[in-house]
Design a protein around this ligand. Sequence first.
Ligand SMILES: [Zn+2]
Length: 112
Amino acid sequence: MKDFSEIKTRLRIRQQELMQRIAQISAQVRHEDTPLPSDFEDQATERENEEVMDALGSAARRELDQINRTLQHIDDGDYGACRDCGREINAARLEALPFASRCIECADRAES
Ligand SMILES: [Zn+2]
């Protein structure tokens, strides 16, 4: 089995960042820090902010999901194999795209 410890470390760091960000976002959305403004206009702005924060939150959650799955694959020992042809995915490709699940040939074929 190949050594993916470098990718794993990178993913763990990113995982921590994302979990912190998600915690911050949900704290803000729940108004734990700031009370809801009484002014109507401010409330509208506040709601818009919440929508933006929600979008940011779901993007962060999606990335976190991907990271969790990838870390699981590494632990299971099936990381780095192309899901179409089963060959090893090039190390440089994984370095650049840690979530890649196909080798470059199969990815090209899937896109065209
Ligand atoms: Zn392939």
